[in-house]
Design a protein. Structure first.
Lengths: 231, 378
């Protein structure tokens, strides 16, 4: 039986009050496991990104709990929550959010630097991860000199460098063409996913469904169904 | 360097265009403020040149005296009274006044004449040429070799001048610590000769120079002089009195204040605006850092470091530029009236600290307000 990575119970989230109140999550319950790559899919405005933010300790729910490896993350203080994100979670953002004035190695090393690890050691480790994601010899270049796919790989290297248990990917193919997006997810599935890691992907790109272990459908703030993925 | 600060440093300096704009703004503001205040302090210093050069610990004067150049004559009994006061080690008279020298070509040049106590020659300048005792020779005068020296047609020992229809012979070339403000050459002679050569009102003692027995005697001497109807001021107090006159009664202080405020506004608007733009451009990335797990205090530390680093680098460059310009000016004008002092260094430091504080406050507010959730929403 695989170990539970994230367990969400009765998640409710709304924005605004009164007539302006928008309900983003309605009584969401889910479990993700180590060793699987879970996709959360659904139409725009269905609450996918809100759910991802709540699960990763970025957005506080109005009700419900999120347990990561048994810890209720929303009972942690601000600093502990930041530490939790830094140590347990790797983020791959839709628009990469790489610093254009830093080299790719420096960008990839950021989580280690934030962990107060020695600068040179952090860069050295980041270069290793850049090689893993197929960017050998590109460590000194600024991100703007890389293609969209290569920038996404830098973002993945940055998410992996601190060896997080959980990888959160928000629309990872949104800024990429079809072939590149496919190649990136294929790479993640082959090289990043392992028995001790859980990957949660928010997407509405059905061209990459083949890499999913499970696909959770969302609509109108609710999880409406689960299907087993092809992977 | 701490890794997070190194990250902040690289984010700042690698954006060369903005970093240069930031530095230029602060450097220009500091330079402007430093240079203006340096000139003003230089002017104030030159205005007190006689006080500095004579070097007496205390000066007794008429209460109406505003600056050292505008003495009001005191009767001889003041000197005698001061000499008999408790706590006075010694007291000597000083004459300070203006005269006209007729040059060889028939033109006239105004000069400042300082008459030293005949017995002690207290306050005598350092001689570059000649012997001090020659000041007692017939018509003996010392001339100060400063920026105004050439106005007397570069006299040498033995040169003769016509001073208020009297013959004056140069017996020594002197140098002094500070040149005068008014652009006239300075001659030294004895007190008796000075009052003899220069037409005077009834009272001839410009100042009584006092050396107290100890520093603790100064308040008592002041009290006794005040009881006599005159004022006793320490060297520093007299310089401050002279400075106050220029600051508060000539409009100079207001002008300097206005220029300082202008340079502050220029610096703040250029640097604050550029720094704010820098923060805005990196706002999403700061948000991403927050999402990754950066604590708010680390983000605050990064922004404070960036603002402080820029501000104090600009401060160093501004001060350096100011010093360089003064140095260059002094190559042509040796007594150029501008000086960098701890006061204007501190003023400039305070100004950049405020600029850094305001710039970083604005940046910190923006960065702390951004929600990592906004990064996900795009």
């Amino acid at each position: 039986m695989p170990q539970v990575a994230i367990q969400a119970k009765g998640l409710e989230k709304w924005f605004g009050e009164g007539e302006a109140k928008t309900i983003a999550l309605r009584d969401v319950e889910l479990e993700t496991y180590f060793g699987e790559m879970v996709y959360i899919v659904g139409p725009s405005g269905s609450g996918k990104t809100t759910l991802l933010s709540v699960l990763s300790g970025i957005l506080k729910p109005n009700a419900g709990n999120v347990l990561v490896e048994g810890t209720d993350i929303w009972k942690l203080g601000a600093d502990d929550l930041a530490d939790f994100r830094l140590n347990k979670i790797g983020f791959v953002f839709q628009d990469f959010h790489l610093f254009p004035r830093l080299t790719t190695a420096e960008n990839a090393a950021i989580p280690l630097i934030l962990k107060k690890k020695d600068w040179d050691e952090s860069i050295h480790e980041a270069i290793n991860y850049l090689e893993i994601v197929g960017l050998k010899g590109r460590s000194e270049l600024p991100p703007v000199k890389l293609s969209g796919g290569e920038q996404q790989r830098v973002a993945i290297a940055r998410a992996m460098v601190s060896k997080p248990d959980i990888l959160i990917m928000d629309e990872p193919t949104a800024s990429l063409d079809g072939d590149t997006g496919n190649a990136i997810l294929s790479f993640v599935h082959k090289n990043v996913l392992n028995a001790n890691r859980c990957i949660v992907v928010v997407t509405h790109d059905n061209r990459i469904y083949e890499f999913a272990s499970r696909i959770l459908h969302m609509e109108d703030g609710r999880l409406t169904g689960t299907e087993k993925g092809a992977a | 360097m701490n890794g997070i600060l190194k990250l902040a440093y690289k984010l700042l300096v690698n954006d060369k265009a903005k970093f240069t704009a930031l530095l230029l703004g602060i450097t220009f503001a500091v330079f402007l403020m430093m240079f203006i205040t340096s000139m003003f302090i230089g002017v104030l210093n030159h205005a007190s040149a006689t006080v500095i050069n004579i070097g007496a610990s205390m000066w007794v004067m008429d209460p109406a005296v505003q600056t050292v150049a505008n003495s009001v004559g005191m009767p001889d009994y003041v000197l005698d009274a001061v000499r008999s006061m408790q706590g006075v080690k010694y007291a000597v008279p000083l004459y300070s006044g203006g005269a006209l020298v007729k040059l060889a070509d028939g033109t006239y040049q105004s000069v400042t004449v300082v008459g030293l106590d005949d017995t002690s020659l207290f306050g005598r300048p350092e001689l570059v040429e000649g012997k001090i005792e020659d000041i007692y020779a017939e018509n003996g005068f010392l001339v100060v070799q400063d920026a105004e020296f050439s106005k007397l047609e570069n006299p040498h020992i033995g040169s003769e001048l016509e001073l208020n229809d009297h013959r004056a012979v140069i017996v020594g070339i002197a140098k002094v610590a500070s040149s005068g403000l008014y652009g006239s050459p300075t001659l030294y002679t004895t007190y008796e000769r000075a009052v003899q050569y220069i037409p005077n009102p009834r009272y001839t003692i410009s100042y009584v120079l006092v050396e107290p027995k100890s520093a603790s005697d100064i308040p008592r001497i002041k009290q006794q002089v005040e009881a006599l109807g005159y004022r006793a001021r320490t060297k520093e107090e007299f310089m401050q009195k002279t400075a106050d006159f220029f600051i508060y009664q000539t409009g100079g202080g207001t002008n300097i204040l206005i220029m300082t405020v202008i340079s502050f506004i220029v610096g703040l608007s250029i640097s604050g605006q550029t720094f704010y733009t820098f923060i805005l451009e990196n706002l999403e990335r700061f948000g991403a850092l927050k999402a990754i797990g950066t604590k708010s205090r680390d983000l605050v530390g990064m922004i404070l470091f960036q603002a402080t680093f820029t501000a104090f680098t600009g401060y160093g460059l501004g001060v350096g530029l100011c010093v360089l310009l003064i140095w260059l000016a002094r190559l042509r004008l040796p007594s150029y009236a501008a000086m960098v002092t701890y006061t204007n260094l501190a003023l400039g430091f305070g100004m950049v600290a405020v600029i850094a504080g305001i710039s970083s406050y604005v940046g910190i507010r923006r960065v702390l307000k951004i929600e990592p959730f906004d990064i996900f929403r795009g």
